[in-house]
Design a binder for this molecule. Structure first.
Ligand SMILES: [Ca+2]
Ligand SMILES: [Ca+2]
Length: 391
């Protein structure tokens, strides 16, 4: 098991189901003309059909918050797929853990011999009392910070922090079953996906789904930043010092606390960041744009590369979180993206899953018509929990 450079750099700085149709139960209504079928308008087992199509991925022209790695925008086509309507919740993840006995990266012992290979040569080994299972937790600062580039000012390594203890020992998820699960490393998300028979979305799929047909818009609701508080759980006030709580939540909010986008997806802006399956490569958008073609179903670059973090191979995360503020990254914008080390779970990082008709067919787990009663599709705890059995 590895921990990330990011994790360790902070550490050292500090101390020094749903199952669509669940492949198991297999109950998606998938017909030959599926994009026109009723299933396209239904949430089946907490998922919704995202019709495929062409779109422009990347920064919109008048977005002055867009970072260089969101440019140049480029044309992409994605096939249709089903997507979880909300971030994977604590209840969903607990069901997975209870059934499989899975132990997340944040809960595992740290192997210094593996870890040091990801660090600059000569990095001193932290004391054994520090090299304990844990994760990164956000801490507000006591006063304003002139330099927001140094994230170690608000990210702290906390021994004992994990999905069960999001803010470290003493915290728990009781009464927060409908909150998004966090401290999820990439391999944790993949393990959950394997259990459900789903997979993580590609970055292009994620962005297409988030945009929901809003061409040229910065946010899923349009262009009006004044609607942020009513549409997404973000950080309001001076980051990372004072949160005015205008949107009602300082940290994670229960999933589906804010309006859905045009495809019926919740929290595609804010609440927690979400893993995609793409490697992060700073040159990727330029390469895509240079083809002067509509790239079909891109799956990301072949290799990871980040000139700012040469020791790590990172994945792309999307959507921003409760920590995103207008004064910092404004990552509730649709085109926003971030590089994160795959073995790093954090307090603001979760995921949601997708599944394609092809995957379902490969698993021989399809019910065509007649569409099963939706109540039969909802067997997981989270379904009952949220009461979102779809009308
Ligand atoms: Ca908030
Ligand atoms: Ca989110």
């Amino acid at each position: 098991m590895k921990k990330t450079i990011f994790s360790l750099s902070v550490l050292i700085a500090c101390c020094s189901c749903m199952h669509v149709g669940n492949i198991k139960s297999g109950n998606l209504d998938i017909g030959k003309n599926q994009e026109e079928s009723d299933s396209s308008k239904l949430h089946s087992n907490g998922m919704v059909w995202i019709p495929g199509g062409e779109f422009t991925q990347g920064a919109v022209p008048d977005d002055n918050m867009a970072m260089s790695h969101e440019k140049p925008a480029h044309k992409v086509y994605v096939n249709g797929f089903y997507m979880d309507i909300h971030e994977v919740t604590n209840a969903q993840f607990r069901e997975f853990v209870e059934e499989t006995g899975y132990v997340t990266v944040a809960e595992r012992k740290i192997d210094w011999e593996e870890l040091k290979n990801q660090l600059p040569k000569g990095t001193l080994k932290p004391h054994d009392s520090i090299l304990q299972p844990g994760s990164l937790v956000f801490n507000k600062t006591k006063s304003g910070i002139p330099n927001l580039y140094d994230y170690t000012q608000w990210w702290k390594w906390k021994i004992g922090a994990s999905w069960k203890h999001p803010n470290g020992p003493g915290s728990d998820i009781k009464g927060k079953e409908d909150h998004p699960v966090v401290h999820i490393a990439f391999e944790d998300a993949q393990a959950y996906c394997k259990w459900t028979g789903h997979r993580l979305p590609t970055e292009a799929e994620w962005e297409f789904a988030a945009r929901a047909g809003k061409t040229g818009k910065k946010f899923f609701w349009g262009h009006d930043i004044s609607q942020l508080s009513s549409h997404a759980n973000s950080w309001e006030g001076e980051f990372p010092v004072k949160n005015t709580l205008e949107d009602g939540y300082e940290r994670r909010a229960p999933v589906m606390s804010y309006p859905k986008n045009g495809f019926g997806l919740y929290d595609m802006a804010g609440n927690v960041w979400e893993w995609t399956s793409d490697w992060y490569n700073t040159t990727y958008y330029k390469e895509m744009a240079s083809t002067n073609k509509v790239v079909k179903n891109p799956k990301g670059p072949k290799n990871a590369f980040n000139s700012n973090n040469p020791y790590a191979k990172e994945r792309v995360i999307k959507g921003g979180s409760f920590l995103c503020s207008a004064s910092y990254c404004a990552s509730y914008r649709i085109s926003a993206r971030m590089a994160t080390s795959p073995d790093s779970g954090m307090e603001h990082l979760g995921f949601r899953t997708v599944v394609t008709p092809e995957i379902l067919k490969d698993n021989g787990d399809i019910l065509v018509s007649p569409r099963p009663e939706l109540s039969t599709l909802h067997h997981s705890k989270c379904d009952q929990l949220h009461g979102y059995l779809i009308q």
